[in-house]
Design a protein around this ligand. Structure first.
Ligand code: ATP
Length: 326
């Protein structure tokens, strides 16, 4: 058997922030890859592991019983060394040394930019969008978003119980980096009285105080204000609400609990279908693609094109959130 006939060797890594459903994606890359006749290698700790040649061959049983677990069995990292032209060259050299025909990168937009840089060094890459933030322009959906929404919803439901009992205002900071998708969806799902997004300029009087006073005049006695992390200043906002309105106000920063937990059905299915699409691209001798969900369909977009796509916050959702909190 000549080299050309030998099985394709593909690497898989998870990079950037972890997201529930990454394990389901790894499992589906390994299983569908082996189904298509590939040898599949797990690369530990994202690009850091690639730089160090830290990889191992995976088999069908390497991914048993991981689907229900949050996090990533391959672990992840934010590699400073890789994020330099020399780092990318070294990583490409390592991929060549291990004779990897392609690398499947599961991660967020930073990880995709890293993959694009690798592709310029001759490494074939396929990217699978996984981040709780849902902030990748090329795809309507990213793995982990639904699980994070449900985690935040559960937390705010609990905060609401105590806010009701004490007739309080609760200010809740949710994750999302520079994007407000978690904040806005949870504002609708939890009926927040105000929601502050990094995509929109805000003024405390018009966007928080007036809605709260309006709600109080209409008979409400407790209030939820959601602040996306990209806005910042959550503690200070809570202090100002209390000072201006006289309403007892507590701030909660939900933090990293939003990244963990067993993935929802939606995330397991999306991860599985995106990963199978990724190995299909490679089976067709194609590559340098981002797998995306567009209008409920899974498609492969050219990486150079996909990386420059922008995503915008849905104005109808903002209006809906305001209308329903009256
Ligand atoms: P999340 O959105 O969940 O935080 P992410 O993939 O966007 O995930 P980043 O920390 O931005 O997370 O990126 C992950 C890794 O990708 C970085 O640590 C770095 O090694 C690499 N990377 C990020 N940006 C670039 C870039 N512009 N060029 C090359 N590599 C990059």
């Amino acid at each position: 058997m000549g080299y050309k006939d030998s099985p394709k060797r593909i690497g898989v890594l998870t990079s950037g922030g972890d997201a529930p459903g990454m394990n389901a994606a790894i499992r589906a890359v390994v299983r569908s890859g082996i189904y298509r006749g590939f040898q599949v290698f797990g690369i530990r700790r994202g690009y850091e592991g690639l730089l160090n040649g830290d990889l191992y061959e995976m088999n069908l049983r390497s991914v048993s019983d991981i689907m229900s677990r949050g996090g990533t069995i391959l672990q992840t990292a934010r590699s400073k060394v890789f994020n330099t032209p020399e780092g990318v060259k070294r990583a490409a050299r390592m991929a060549e040394m291990f004779k990897l025909d392609a690398i499947v990168v599961i991660g967020g937009d930073g990880s995709f930019r890293g993959a694009r840089d690798l592709s310029k060094e001759g490494v074939n890459v396929v990217c699978i969008p996984a981040t709780i933030d849902n902030d990748i322009g090329s795809t309507d959906y990213t793995i982990g978003f639904d699980t994070a929404l449900n985690t935040v919803k559960d937390a705010i439901d609990k905060i609401k119980d105590t806010a009701f009992s004490h007739e309080r205002c609760s200010v809740v900071e949710v994750m999302g980096r520079g994007a407000g998708y978690i904040a806005l969806n949870c504002a609708i799902a939890d009926g927040a009285e105000a929601c502050i997004l990094p995509e929109k300029e805000f003024h405390i009087d018009t966007d928080i105080i007036q809605p709260i006073i309006g709600c109080r005049n209409r008979g409400k006695h407790h209030y939820i204000v959601i602040i996306a992390e990209g806005v910042g200043g959550t503690m200070e906002i809570a202090k100002q609400i209390e000072e201006i309105t006289g309403i007892s106000t507590k701030a909660t920063i939900l933090g990293h609990l939003q990244r963990g937990g067993s993935p929802t059905v939606k995330d397991r299915v999306a991860a599985s279908l995106m990963a199978v699409k990724a190995t299909e691209v490679l089976a067709n001798n194609d590559g340098n693609k981002i797998i995306a969900m567009k209008n409920e369909q899974y498609i492969a977009i050219d990486i150079d094109e996909g990386i420059n796509m922008k995503k915008y916050i849905d104005e109808t959702m903002i209006e809906t959130s305001k209308m329903l909190s009256l």
